[in-house]
Design a protein around this ligand. Sequence first.
Ligand code: UDX
Length: 437
Amino acid sequence: MRISVLGTGYLGATLAAGLAQLGFDVVGVDTDKTKIKSLSEGDVPFYEPGMEEVLRTSLASGRLRFSTELAEAAEGAEVHFICVGTPQRRGENAADLRYVDGLVDSLAPLLRRDCLVVGKSTVPVGTAARLASRLRELAPAGAGVHLAWNPEFLREGFAVADTLHPDRIVVGVADPADEAVLREVYAAPLAEGTPWVATDLATAELVKVAANAFLATKISFINAMAELCEATGADVVALADALGHDQRIGRRFLNAGLGFGGGCLPKDIRAFIARAGELGADEALSFLKEVDAINLRRRERVVELARAEVGGDLHGVRVGVLGAAFKPDSDDIRDSPALTVAGQLQLQGATVNVYDPKAMDNARQLFPTLGYADSALAACRDADIVLHLTEWREFRDLDPARLGEVVSCRRVLDARNTLDPLAWRAAGWTYRGLGRP
Ligand code: UDX
């Protein structure tokens, strides 16, 4: 089977390489020439553990290639995956669908024979039905062009594993024949026993945003508990451990701290709220506004705490910041809580030095005025306070005694609650977590 993957960002590049690894003949298409050149040479344009190996093996097998020519790709493929981005619209909550719409409008006139177009991008519910009629209307093959929706749940940092061994596969189809095609595409994970959920287009679109809304709610729930813990002197980490033993709740995604960021959760819950409003169901999702507000409050709280810890004024204070990526094992800094905090501290007069194991180049581009150092130790040199903002393993493994030798004051604010308070206190540090006594 020949497959085209349209859009080679995080999602598309990983999918293209993964499908080629599974034995399909794949072409990845993107308008970004630099990205296509880099992928064609086996260089992954973002940091993702394990991705380079899959990309290089797939390229070497001869089953994977990349191109900027949509026409050439569309020509031979029987299945086309839509993997372009759906960012938040500027100044609005709603999703910006210009890339999806633009792609469908360029692709449709090229579809001269029967084929299946499969949407993977995260879209507002109702988009798939609209695109299906647009394809029928514009494609020379007309009703022979079918559309299915197959949401993607991959997490950055685990993108390869999540693509090759997903925890479930959801397909929204309007015709049982389309489900059969998708079963062929996913034969390998299906053979491993991966659960398969076939449903209608609207439900498939909703599964994705509902999953992200649930995860965001879980994180904001525990962060709300952290606010209460702070008000009462209780410990949110022990609380989360105890809650997590209840199998109905589970411990995962109950890590209180600086909250969620990244290219998905924040914009997806906002787009979901906006779509519910358009559908006249805004009350159903009004709680998500609170989820968003709790989340953003964490960033303010960390700035406030840092200011309080240094005596109420950040002017002239030297801050060592550990972490810039929105989460560990990623170089993604989109809506990164760490950088929001670092930027705010600087605006309030502090001298901020940031170190991140992988996100330095991206951070520099977005926040060129922050200070950057090439190691944790260098970022914390002469610091009056150290802020732990992204929970990389490298930071958990830091020796607090060694770091204590370079700072001007042994004061640490652990905004991810993953450093060991006992070890840091034993090394003479004033340790402060979020929602912890
Ligand atoms: C998310 C979804 O998990 C994934 O299924 C979807 O396809 C895309 O969006 P991702 O953005 O890669 O994936 O990150 P995820 O691991 O979900 O973390 C999101 C944010 O939540 C990060 O900023 C992380 O630091 C934060 N988080 C996560 C917490 O603050 N506490 C937790 O307990 C877990």
